[in-house]
Design a protein around this ligand. Structure first.
Ligand code: NAD
Length: 338
């Protein structure tokens, strides 16, 4: 039976990298029915809203979305279309794998890294409740919200993710020595959840020490789980270990919905020129295929893409090559034997 997925091509380079991805998925042995919807600046121009009701209704129905980068039009009423989608569907888990691509030269190339940062996406320091205090903005205050429910579901998600992806260890990152109540509650709940997973190793590291350890001995980590702010910072750090944001995918997961995307933005400086690198969105599609239980085909797509990127001959300008988006995609399709 075919699986329905909401497709949002997005703004800027979105349509180009999404077309490339659809060509590659089209060469796999998967049965996906795309429900194409609009969002972002393009939707705003055509339909007067950056996030049409039809788009939300489609994601609610399919439960899975592959989304290109979106430009949030200025003056459209909310901060970011991406944030609005995350809020609407309560996508509480942000998943950012950082996997070394053989052949891509980084400072850590010899380590064959394969880390995943799982970040709580709905609370913590990013709830946006802050204010300044008069006179003359002499001080500013912000609220960090950590709930037992929010901590429980993200920690449980991290352990379930580890099980589902045959990973051995979950490391919880906190700052409970200073933030005794907020980070303390997260740690307390994390320990309780860890006790329920005897098959997965568990450890905990204070966030500042973790930054040091990640740039000295990153190979000792596997799945990393943390609150919103720490997870945000750590996931950029781990992206940097394996080649940067250009090759990094991300997923936002809720109880009933999952949205897969590249971490980068719309790249307006190169949009429409056929120069964009589709690797990150292709890796997001790989995550989506795994989510849909197409594990073997996901693996084929990852290996084919990694081979082309690692060889370095048919890659786009951002990776030091001169290939167009289309030439890169042709090379991936050749790797797949298509
Ligand atoms: P950006 O990621 O779009 O671009 C930063 C730089 O990286 C640019 O030089 C760009 O050319 C390059 N780049 C990014 N992706 C690339 C790719 N796939 N191939 C080759 N080069 C690539 O970041 P920005 O300029 O800060 O943001 C531009 C727009 O994107 C803004 O409107 C922002 O709001 C939006 N944005 C959206 C998302 C999202 O939808 N998830 C994420 C970040 C930014």
């Amino acid at each position: 039976m075919s699986k329905r997925v909401t497709l949002i091509r997005g703004d800027g380079i979105g349509p180009e990298i999404m077309e490339a991805t659809l060509r590659v998925i089209g060469a796999l042995d998967v049965d996906i029915e795309w429900d194409e919807q609009q969002a972002g600046a393009g939707a705003f121009e055509k339909l007067g809203t950056p996030l049409p009701e039809e788009t939300l209704a489609s994601i609610a129905e399919t439960g899975v979305a592959l989304k290109g980068p979106l430009e949030t039009p200025i003056g459209a009423g909310f901060r970011s279309v991406n944030v609005a989608i995350r809020k609407h569907f309560d996508l509480y888990g942000n998943v950012r794998p950082s996997r070394a691509i053989p052949g891509v030269n980084t400072r850590f190339s010899d380590l064959d890294l394969d880390l995943v940062v799982i970040r709580e996406n709905t609370e913590g320091a990013y709830i946006g409740i802050e204010h300044t205090i008069p006179p003359n903005r002499s001080a500013a205050e912000s609220i960090i919200l950590v709930t037992r429910h929010g901590s429980e579901r993200i920690c449980k998600f991290a352990f379930e993710y580890a099980r589902r992806h045959n990973r051995d260890k979950v490391t919880l990152i906190h700052k409970a020595n200073i933030l005794k109540e907020t980070s303390g509650l997260f740690l307390e709940v994390g320990r309780q959840v860890a006790n329920r997973y005897d098959d997965i190793e568990y450890d905990e590291v204070i966030v500042d020490a973790m930054c040091m350890k990640l740039v000295t001995n990153p190979e000792q980590y596997d799945v990393i789980v943390s609150t919103n702010l720490f997870g945000d910072i750590l996931s950029d750090l781990t992206s940097g270990l394996v080649g940067g944001l250009g090759v990094t995918p991300g997923a936002n997961i809720g109880e009933n919905c999952a949205m897969f995307e590249a971490v980068h933005g719309t790249a307006p400086d190169i949009a429409g020129q056929g120069k964009a690198n589709p690797t990150a969105i292709m890796m997001a599609a790989v995550m989506m295929l795994e989510h849909l239980d197409y594990d073997a085909e996901a693996q084929r797509m990852r290996e084919a893409t990694h081979k082309v990127v690692g060889r370095g001959e048919e890659v786009t300008g951002d990776l030091g090559g001169s290939a167009s988006t289309e030439e890169f995609t042709d090379a991936v399709l050749r790797e797949l034997g298509a």
